[in-house]
Structures are given as C-alpha cells and as structure tokens.
Design a protein around this ligand. Structure first.
Ligand SMILES: [Fe+2]
Ligand SMILES: [Fe+2]
Length: 252
C-alpha cells in the first residue's frame, strides 16, 4: 500500500487522489492581460498584421514559384513517371498557394499579386528551375537528374524558410499551417531524393512517351542508342537517341 493511499468504505483510492487540485480555469488568460494602453495595443496589432502579411506574401511567392516550376518540368520531360511525380508536386504546391491566398484574403490583404520579377512564360523564364545537363549522369536522364537535384535544393530552402516563419508567426493557427508546409516540403525533398536514386539505378527501365500518339514505349533498362521500338497504338517505329542530355525518339 502506498503512503497516503486509503479506503473510502471498502474501495481503495490512490495517494494522488488526496493531493490533486483542480486547475484554476482561464488563469493563463488573466495573466496574459498586461498593462498596455489602447494606443500600445493598436500599434502592436498593426505591427503584427504587417509582419504576418509580409510572411504570407513571401510564402505566396515561393508557392507560386514552386507551382510554376513543377509545371515547367513536365512540359519537356519524356519519362511519364517523372511527369506524374512532378504533377503530384505541382498540385500540392498549388494547394499551398490557394491556402495562403485565402489567409491573405482573411487579413484583408488579398489582391491581384503581380508575378515575381523575372518570371517568364512556362519554360522560358530565367527562373524555370531547369538545370543544364550534368555529363556525369546516365545518358538520356542527364537533364532530368540535374533538374531533380536543383528541385531538392529548392525544397530544402523552402523547409528552412517555413520553419523560420513558423517561429516568427504569432497566430497559433498560422503557425500550425506553416508547420504543415514544412512537413509537405520535407516530403517533397525526400521524394525527389528517392526519385534520383530510382532513375540512377541500373535496372531503371527507359519508358518514354510516344511522340506521335502519347502511348508509353518501354525500352527496358540500359538500352543502346539506336534501339528501336514499335508503338502498338499508332503503328509507328522509333529509334532511341540522346540530345541535350535527354532521350528523344526519332521516327524511322
Ligand atoms: Fe509548398
Ligand atoms: Fe504511338
């Protein structure tokens, strides 16, 4: 038997039941009321809103850039698996963008935000995120791999930035949203890293869109340049070539 424990009638009760005190309701809120005058409070509120707006605005620009970046990669990727993954990322980033726009609207700071400086049409801007091919990468995937690596860097920078934003924000709901973004962008970084490992593996089959009809043509792992495949859908035959670090199919 513990010291301090006892019995109520024949029912035993534990020692802690004797000492448990009810918490005082709302005492934390009462303590939060510091002696600010109305003018101080208004100024603090304005500073908070300005800070929150600046953070959300910066987040919006990052999310717009991320959305545009992953759409751009799909525009030239010949591998349907890479297209599918980049599309998954694009949708996720586009959701983030929508969430931040809604938060800005709630703050009364919504507007037709101009595109970030230097942003051009898809695939043509200086910030399209496409890296030049690395000649050390497997033939045909050099452009994709260099781009995936630059995506990893992009996501790592976003994780760091959002972790800082989560600390800087005061509103618990916005802090939670920012932590959710940290979780998402961390997942992107891991997924991109996993994709790089898959693409560089010796047994990764070369599967490419048919340039005539869009069907998927499977050349198997490590095909030789010049390998031919017949598309069962459009009845065209193609020879495999590598140009600018990317597989291309020439109609035979
Ligand atoms: Fe995002
Ligand atoms: Fe085809």
């Amino acid at each position: 038997m513990q010291v301090g424990a006892g019995f109520v009638g024949s029912i035993p009760y534990p020692a802690h039941a004797l000492t448990t005190r009810r918490p005082r309701p709302y005492h934390h809120l009462q303590r939060a009321r510091v002696s600010e005058g109305p003018a101080d409070t208004a100024m603090n509120d304005a500073t908070d809103i300005a800070k929150t707006t600046r953070i959300l605005r910066e987040t919006l620009e990052l999310e717009r850039e991320a959305t545009r970046r992953y759409a751009e990669h799909q525009s030239w990727a010949a591998d349907p698996r890479l297209c599918a993954y980049w599309e998954g990322l694009r949708r996720n980033e586009s959701d983030h963008r929508g969430q931040i726009l809604a938060e800005l609207a709630q703050l009364g700071a919504a507007g037709d935000w101009p595109a970030p400086a230097g942003e051009g049409p898809l695939g043509t801007g200086p910030t399209d995120g496409t890296a030049p091919p690395d000649p050390g990468d497997p033939r045909g995937f050099a452009r994709a791999l260099a781009t995936l690596r630059s995506d990893v860097e992009f996501e790592r920078a976003a994780v760091k930035k959002y972790a800082d934003f989560a600390k800087a924000l005061d509103d618990p709901r916005l802090k939670a949203l920012m932590r959710e973004f940290v979780r998402a962008e961390t997942g992107h970084g891991r997924g991109l890293q996993r994709t790089i490992e898959q693409v560089t593996a010796a047994d990764y089959p070369v599967v490419l869109f048919c340039p005539t009809c869009g069907w998927q043509l499977d050349f198997g792992p490590a095909p030789a340049e010049g390998a031919r495949v017949h598309c069962p859908m459009c009845a065209m035959t193609f020879a495999l070539a590598v140009r600018d670090g990317q597989f291309v199919l020439d109609r035979v």
